[in-house]
Design a protein. Structure first.
Length: 322
């Protein structure tokens, strides 16, 4: 106890940090720092869930395919699976494995998959395209499947460009469709912003990776913490090809509200298709999705369909970049 000038005792005041509320504040700060450190150093593990495959393994996809290995540098090999057009619409219904079609393919779909496992996880979706007369090429990112090397956002863009150049050795831009699923939507959108294609499909896209992360970690300075930003929103204005977005209203991973922020950025002829009740990994189970995708793959006129707005095939850019 202290005494005042008139000798009355005054109680001692404990420092705030030694009070009950002060102790709780210290706990909060400690947790905040620990979670922030975990997010910063563990973000690659949160974002990517690869499953490597030995290079000597022979894939059994149950459908015609070719395997291509694209050397990028001394440490990096990009493994690509090229699924061939099939001669009937749905091998699941027939019970027989499809055979390669005798006719030439209409074009090629460059498929940028999500963050799970490897191509074998996404191969089941190839029939959506091969049954419509398209080849579909799937690229595994480094660490996924048989691909090797290191990951960074810029390197993913660079790999996508090499993937596109490989397709351009055989196909014209008007025969190339870009398709991104989940994580791959940011890569596909960036590629479409710098190279021509017939159409860009985005399945379960995000406004930006930072905006999705902020949904889960709202109190952190994510702009300076994240290694991967994938700003899909900034790419939209540079994409000349028609864009079709599919998103489920019940997506539990990339919120529907997040993807909906892309809608005002779409140009005339683009479309945002909501799959009512659809989640993040089950859009293919919905007839609405399958019918809409099939209609756009079968469309040879360049019209979009759902919006009723006509949109021509992407115009060739002023330069002649391959």
């Amino acid at each position: 106890m202290k005494e005042t000038n008139d000798n009355r005792p005054v109680p001692n005041r404990r420092p705030f940090l030694r009070t009950k509320w002060g102790r709780w504040l210290k706990v909060f700060i400690l947790l905040y720092c620990l979670i922030g450190i975990a997010v910063y150093y563990g973000q690659d593990y949160l974002l990517f869930h690869p499953q490597a495959v030995d290079r000597n393994v022979t894939y059994d996809f149950g459908r015609p395919y070719k395997e291509v290995n694209l050397p990028y540098d001394k440490e990096t090999n990009l493994n690509i699976i090229e699924f061939q057009p099939t001669d009937h619409q749905d091998f699941r219904a027939s019970g027989d494995w499809p055979k390669a079609a005798d006719t030439l393919a209409k074009g090629v779909v460059l498929y940028f998959h999500g963050n799970k496992r490897n191509i074998s996880w996404y191969a089941k979706y190839a029939t959506d395209f091969t049954s419509k007369g398209y080849e579909v090429w799937m690229l595994d990112y480094p660490g996924f499947g048989k691909s090797t090397g290191t990951l960074s956002e810029q390197r993913l863009y660079d790999f996508a460009l090499q993937f596109y150049k490989l397709a351009r050795s055989r196909w014209q831009p008007s025969q190339i469709i870009l398709y991104g699923k989940s994580l791959g939507t940011g890569i596909a959108a960036q590629l479409a912003s710098v190279r021509d294609c017939r159409r860009l499909f985005l399945e379960c896209p995000y406004f930006s990776m930072e905006s999705v992360a902020r949904h889960y970690f709202p109190v952190y300075p994510l702009g300076s913490m994240l290694h991967y930003h994938f700003p899909t929103n900034t790419r939209m204005g540079d994409i000349t090809a028609p864009i079709t977005i599919f998103h489920g209203s019940s997506d539990g991973l990339i919120p529907y509200s997040n993807a909906l922020r892309l809608k005002p950025l779409l140009k005339s002829g683009d479309e945002f298709i909501t799959i009512e009740g659809g989640g993040h990994n089950d859009l293919h189970d919905y007839l609405t999705f399958r019918q809409a995708l099939a209609a756009r793959l079968s469309d040879t006129s360049g019209t979009t369909g759902a919006s009723g707005t006509s949109g021509a095939i992407a115009p060739t850019r002023a330069d002649s970049r391959p």
